[in-house]
Design a protein around this ligand. Sequence first.
Ligand code: ADP
Length: 764
Amino acid sequence: MIPMRGLTVLPTMVLHFDISRDKSIKAVEAAMAEDQMIFLVTQQNPDDNNPGLRNLYNFGVSARIRNVAKLPKNIVRVMVEGVERGRLIGVEDYDGYLHASVDFAREREVEYDEITRLAMTRGLEELLKRYSQLNQKFGKEMLRQLLELGDFEKLTMAACVHLPLRCEQRQALLEAEDMVERYERLCTMLVREMEVIQIQGEIQQKVRERVDKNQREYVLREQAKLIQEELGEDTQLSDANGYDEQAEQLCASDEVKEKIHKEVQRLRGLGGSSAESAVQRNYIETLLELPWDKVSEDSHDLKRAAKILDEDHYGLEKVKERVLEFLAVRSLTKKGDSPILCLVGPPGTGKTSVARSIARALDKKYVRISLGGVRDEAEIRGHRRTYVGAMPGRIAAGMRQAGVKNPLMLIDEVDKVSSDYRGDTSAALLEVFDSEQNCKFRDHYVELPIDLSEVLFIATANDTQTIPRPLLDRMEVIEISGYTANEKLHIAKRHLLKKQIERNGLKKSQLEITKPALEGIISGYTKEAGVRQLERRIGQICRKAAREILEDGSKSVRVSGKNLEKYLGRKRYTYQKKNAQNEIGIVRGLAWTSVGGDTLEIEVNTMPGKGELVLTGQLGDVMKESAQAAVSYVRSLGEQYDIDAEFFAKNDIHVHIPEGAVPKDGPSAGITMATAILSAVVQIPVRADVAMTGEITLRGRVLAIGGLKEKLLAAKQAGITTVIVPEENRADIAEIDKEVTEGMELVYVRTMPEVLEVALAVRA
Ligand code: ADP
């Protein structure tokens, strides 16, 4: 016999199991040597290694060994077929294995009538069907085979063998007294089993529900999103209604209102959170914010305007006068097509702030559009709405910002617009400025025509040269030139100081900057035509003073010429002073740059060579040609000045203009170069206190130049006492304040001999 662990074999059951106990293997070997029959009894405790009678169940099964296979690790796999049930009577251990005495008493026959048997068969069949529905392990195929049996005994036995039962259950079935008891035990087991499965299912369900809670949150969130979307539709709708209302209240033509209503209708058709609807909203809001027909009341009080202009700015008499005339005409004609003002001048001379003042004087809204660096036509005219991130152009955006159709629009830096492959910016600007067209200005983004005819345009520029010609033609240029040191002093005292003291949180009594200090700042710490640097320096002093007052507890700070360095550090600029003595080949010219005037020392040297002209100091083309003209003119003076006929063939002439890092160009150094060359060639010194400016022709005529005021200011700074000026410029001098020319002698010339007459220290 073999004691079985955790396995009960029933009659007719075919199965294999592994054995490894020595006694079991020996028993199988012994059985194989005889009739291959072996008795299988299940251990009550599977862990017992050496079970005796007491530890074995009472009933077992005799079985036929069908197959024996040796597996590695001393394991033997035995395949058996259960044959007959038997009661274990005794166990003996000898010859190395167990011997069982078994009573194969036949069990009682069942004595039920046919109907009862049928009823019992059907009852089991029903149970099996239900069981198979609950237990996946009990497959449909197995059920079908069982149901085919039909016979009570066969069905009961087959069910006992094939149902997925546990060892103890099988044992109980094996031990049943007869088939009826077995049947009853089996049914009870099935019912119990099904209950267990049901309860198991319920428990699983509960567990699952608990797990589902986490899922729930997720689902809820999803739903919340949906709800939000639904609600979004709602806000979208209420927004759309709001837009419609706003459109109705707009001061605009029916065309505009209709367009807005149409766009709002489109918005309604879009999903609440789509990107497209955001774009659409933006568009509608832009349309709603444009001024259309809304106007502000202009002030026509010229006296008040004059007062405000005077209040805000010192000097600038010509500019203010011109502006007032312009305003007078404007209010008389009551029409928008007056020319566009263009304020031209160096940086920091108050162009922008004059424009702001004008807006204040007229009670107009003020918007500023800076065109510096604008190259793309779309910046002025807007992008079409089909572009991603399309925006209205600067003009339309300016109108939106102004909120009325008649603001003062400052177009800053018109000279800095440029055109490239992205379209013609100046053409777009022309359309803006043209009174014929600008009542129906079309912005690509806005799509509807915008009326610009009532806008007061004021443009600013540093230099008229770089403004495209057709644009310049449309505009009325008002020049603002640089300020004299004296003007700067007044501006500082009256305006800048006050502004900066306020801006830096000081009180008027807390800071005093004396007149010599201001003069010191102007001459030593700024170099400019305007007053921006000056304002910044004053701001710097204010900040230092504020700190001093807080840290040291001083009541007030007084900045004088003497302690200026304490606040601003060492002096930054020293103006080129006139030379100490008359020198050969060195002449002081006067230059004009967009930031103001400067003096320019021109040096000439001659040396033996091959008659070449060397020019250094980063001269532009115009200046180079001017130098050549100057040389040619000097050569033509050969006889008059007794120059050796061979001189120009045997000597090189080198013209140099110091500060080589700064590019220089323009014709106005012509007479200066000619004088310097002649001086070098004939070795006659030039007066150190003379400066000059003027264009030269080949025949020695002197032509007019520009930027005279700045040049004279620079000359004065340098301590020059005599300035040679082209006769043609005499008229300009009349417009320049007396203050500028004070202490300087101006000599008007028509020809080079007149220049030389004055400039050369000794007559040849
Ligand atoms: P621009 O536009 O010519 O470059 P801004 O108008 O910006 O110069 O002027 C720079 C600063 O100088 C401003 O603070 C302005 O108020 C001041 N300013 C310029 N000119 C005057 C003036 N004549 N009177 C008073 N303040 C002036």
